[in-house]
Write a protein that binds this ligand. Structure first.
Ligand code: ZN
Length: 123
C-alpha cells in the first residue's frame, strides 16, 4: 500500500525537523493528479503516528484541483479523475498543476511534551 509509505515519509520528515516538539496538527496539500488518495493517507496517519511525537495530532488534507492542457485542441480543463481526458475526447494532455504533494504546515507546542489544554477552535 503506497499511501502507507507516503504517510511514513511525511511523519519522518516532521519528526526529523521537530524532534522535540509535540505536534498537534499536520496540514497536507494533495493534488488531484498526484496519485495519492487522501482518504488512505488519513487512514494510515493514526497508525504511523502511534508512538511518535505526532501521536494524537490532527491531520488536515487540502485536496487541490488538477489543471491540464489538451495537446489536441489546446484547451485547458479540470480533469475529474486521475486520468486526464479533455472534453474533446483526447488523452494527449499536459498536466499544468495538481501533481503536488506537500506538507503545507505543522502546528506544535514548542519544546513541550505535555501539551496544555488545546485552545478553543475559533477563539
Ligand atoms: Zn481537447
Amino acid at each position: 500500500m503506497h499511501e502507507l509509505a507516503i504517510t511514513e515519509s511525511v511523519v519522518e520528515a516532521v519528526t526529523e525537523r521537530l524532534p522535540d516538539a509535540r505536534i498537534t496538527c499536520v496540514r497536507l496539500e494533495i493534488g488531484a493528479l498526484s496519485g495519492v488518495v487522501a482518504d488512505a493517507v488519513r487512514f494510515c496517519f493514526d497508525l504511523v503516528t502511534e508512538g511518535t511525537n505526532l501521536e494524537g495530532a490532527r491531520l488536515e488534507v487540502t485536496e487541490t484541483a488538477g489543471r491540464c492542457q489538451c495537446r489536441a485542441c489546446g484547451g485547458e480543463f479540470e480533469p475529474d479523475g486521475p486520468i486526464p481526458i479533455c472534453p474533446c475526447g483526447s488523452v494527449e494532455t499536459t498536466v499544468l498543476s495538481g501533481q503536488e504533494f506537500k506538507i503545507a504546515s505543522v502546528q506544535c507546542f514548542p519544546g513541550g511534551t505535555t501539551p496544555p489544554d488545546p485552545p478553543e477552535e475559533g477563539a
